[in-house]
Design a binder for this molecule. Structure first.
Ligand code: SF4
Length: 339
């Protein structure tokens, strides 16, 4: 396999996040607030969304350019019909080392085994609190905690391993419940990752005083279950890792606000309608659907991707404090490019 293409900071392309839909069955306030994304919100019509064949063709080209890890996302990827079929098309692509998926877990009881059989190795489930009132407040009252726990159990039964749990921590919203969540994940053997609340997109009304810094989260957990920091699994891994001193597993901290990790960022994102984005906080993408549907060759599409990544200068999180309101006002929405 040829060397991965590099950007202007010599960061190699290594990870591809594939958003298969802009729709979701939850309304998490930090991503898709219910008051904005109501029943009359116009999501992308089917004709504008890439088919599985188109996603697979583009992924093949992007893997040829260096991507080895694929993450299936959304919106909520499991609301798109037959995502297992897509995983069956992507897993065999030569050069792909790892296929994973991020979900809110609600549909896992029906889909976990199908995903596993199709070639999914492991899975990440979002669960922001074990407190049902807090959780419902955060997801737009679209699900109970128990429904997600049933989904996680189904993933475990299907043999998806490891199971990672993502928790977005917001001060004054769920931060008072993170120790309980950590104790539960430790007992279950799940890898819990706490995510600093981020100014993704333009709709969540983000303020810095709602962010609980990673260091504070570590101190709260360490106070009851002592932790020791350990190395990242690989250079561009987003999470800071901590092991429990008693050997009871690990937690991760995704500290985009207080400890940015742009220096090794190797992630490209493919949106449902076929545009590539080179940063979670990008203000614009590069359209691949139009050339794809107007007969461009793989080599022509490859050149567009090479140019896009080759001129990449993104490091939003390192420059966050220097952003103007204009810059902030243009950002792509997270639910559109899969976190
Ligand atoms: S802010 Fe952008 S460049 Fe920095 S780590 Fe996140 S996605 Fe990568």
């Amino acid at each position: 396999m040829a060397d991965a293409i590099q950007d202007t900071f010599k960061r190699p392309l290594r990870d591809l996040r594939i958003s298969v839909t802009d729709r979701c069955n939850f309304r998490c306030a930090y991503c898709m607030p219910a008051e904005i994304f109501g029943e009359h919100y116009r999501f992308l019509p089917k004709a504008e969304i890439l088919t599985f064949e188109e996603i697979t063709r583009l992924t093949g080209i992007i893997v040829r350019l260096g991507a080895v890890k694929l993450r299936i996302t959304g919106g909520e990827p499991l609301v798109r019909e037959q995502v297992d079929k897509l995983i069956g098309m992507l897993s065999p692509i030569d050069g792909v080392d790892d296929v994973t998926l991020t979900t809110n877990g609600f549909l896992l009881p029906q889909k976990a085994q199908l995903l596993k059989d199709a070639g999914l190795n492991r899975i990440t489930v979002s669960l922001d609190s074990l407190d049902d009132t807090v959780f419902r407040k955060m997801n737009g009252n679209r699900s109970s905690v128990q429904k997600v726990l049933d989904g996680i159990e189904a993933a475990e039964k299907a043999g998806l391993q490891p199971i990672k749990i993502n928790c977005v921590v917001q001060r004054g919203v769920n931060d008072h419940t993170i120790v309980d969540l950590a104790r539960w994940a430790k007992d279950k053997g799940y890898i819990l990752r706490f995510i600093e609340y981020m100014d993704v997109g333009t709709k969540n009304g983000w303020r810095m005083d709602q962010v609980v810094p990673a260091q504070e989260i570590v101190e709260r957990i360490d106070a009851v279950m002592p932790l020791v920091q350990t190395k990242r699994n690989y250079q561009s891994e987003v999470a800071l890792r901590y092991n429990y001193q008693d050997g009871g597993g690990e937690i991760g901290l995704i500290a985009s606000v207080t400890k940015p990790f742009c220096g090794a960022c190797s992630r490209m994102r493919l949106s449902p309608e076929g545009s590539i984005y080179t940063c979670l906080f990008a203000t614009q993408g590069t359209d691949l659907r139009e050339p794809l549907r107007s007969g461009a060759s793989d080599d022509e599409i490859e050149q567009i991707i090479r140019n896009t990544w080759g001129t990449r200068i993104d490091r939003y999180s390192e420059l966050r404090s220097e952003q103007t309101d204009e810059d902030r006002a243009e950002k792509v929405e997270m639910y559109h490019i899969g976190g």
